[in-house]
Design a protein around this ligand. Structure first.
Ligand code: DOR
Ligand code: ZN
Length: 347
């Protein structure tokens, strides 16, 4: 069996820089038409000039003939200049701004501590319809890590919606039924991305039967009832939910240590995994909406013109265990279930 879809987009992707960028970009560019490129480099992408320079480095690493457009994102800090954001919007350089609560995740130390200090930037964004992508976790050490997303809704996301209801917000990589429900019930322009890995794994994946660093990411995967809520949202056809893989490569050396990095590399097999999941859920007819239509609609962009074709095979497909990079091997996400699909064609 084969299915053809409008070429998908990845609304949350870490491409990194340098040798890692060279190694991972071909995987994203193979299956996706566009990606919202995360700005948490070291140092982060904080100005429009930084975003233009990063976009050039991405273009320089682009495989020949690729049909892939990086959509650039600014990393919001308490020093971000509203005029720079305005210029970036008017010049068409930036597609979103990213809010990292300071200390929430990889390279987030320059993020936001006090929302009041970024309101002038958010007001400019609201006026121009530029989406704010939000890492939705509080960082307080007294809040249990499994509760940090749900608490973020009450302490940050809901108050933000009340003070600036016109701001378009993407609640990134949601992991809880509370987040699903909050998005479903919102009356403002609020959408959510869901990752590939959070649709497959619950917290047993990294905690049961030994500690499994390759399943450690942020926000951490939660209980099975939460995974189930994410799957139901993804297959529902509700346009407020769309794919953002959060594919976040780290070398095995950086993952397999006493304080290992958060992140799962899924660019290599995301579309195959999603076809498998949607087939199992008898929802293959909803796959294109989730991967290719809902995201562009929220970002006010046309869907891609081209298509990709996925094939279902008789035997499980092997995607390999890792990719090689100049910095060392990077493990490919293992969905813990056989995958019978792969992408056979892009046109
Ligand atoms: O698991 C994650 N990895 N979550 C994030 O929010 C950041 C990302 C990274 O950059 O490695
Ligand atoms: Zn991310």
């Amino acid at each position: 069996m084969q299915i053809s879809l409008t070429r998908p987009d990845d609304w949350h992707l870490h491409l990194r820089d340098g040798a890692m960028l060279e190694a991972v970009l071909p995987y994203a560019a193979r299956d996706f038409g566009r990606a919202i490129v995360m700005p948490n480099l070291v140092p982060p992408v904080v100005t429009v000039a930084d975003a233009m320079a990063y976009r050039e480095r991405i273009q320089a690493a682009m495989p020949e003939g690729a049909d892939f457009t990086p959509l650039m994102v600014l990393y919001l800090t308490e020093q971000t200049d509203p005029q720079d954001v305005k210029a970036g919007i008017e010049q068409g350089v930036i597609s979103a701004v990213k809010l990292y609560p300071a200390g929430a995740t990889t390279n987030s130390s320059s993020g936001v501590r006090n929302m009041a200090n970024v309101m002038p930037v958010l007001e400019v964004m609201a006026e121009h319809g530029l989406p704010l992508c939000v890492h939705g976790e509080v960082t307080d050490s007294d809040i249990d890590i499994f509760d940090r997303e749900a608490v973020f809704i009450d302490r940050v996301l809901d108050p933000l919606g009340r003070s600036l209801p016109e701001l378009r917000v993407v609640f990134e990589h949601i992991t809880t039924k509370q987040a699903v429900q909050y998005v479903q019930e919102a009356s403002r322009a609020l959408a959510a991305t869901i990752t590939t890995h959070h649709l497959f794994i619950n917290r047993n994946a990294y905690l049961a039967g030994g500690i499994k660093p390759h399943y450690y990411c942020l926000p951490v995967a939660k209980r099975e009832i939460h995974r189930r809520a994410l799957v139901d949202a993804a297959i529902s056809g509700d346009p407020r939910f769309f794919l953002g893989t959060d594919s976040a490569p780290h070398t095995d050396a950086n993952k397999l240590q006493s304080c290992g990095c958060a992140g799962i590399f899924t660019s290599a097999n995301t579309m195959a995994c999603l076809a498998q999941l949607f087939e199992q859920e008898e929802a293959l007819d909803k796959l294109e909406g989730f991967t290719s239509l809902h995201g562009p609609a929220f970002y006010k962009l046309p869907p891609n013109q081209s298509q990709i074709t996925l094939q279902r095979h008789e035997a499980p497909v092997s995607f390999g265990s890792h990719i090689d990079t100049e910095e060392g091997p990077v493990t490919i996400f293992d969905p813990l279930t056989p995958i019978y699909w792969d992408v056979v064609r892009s046109d």
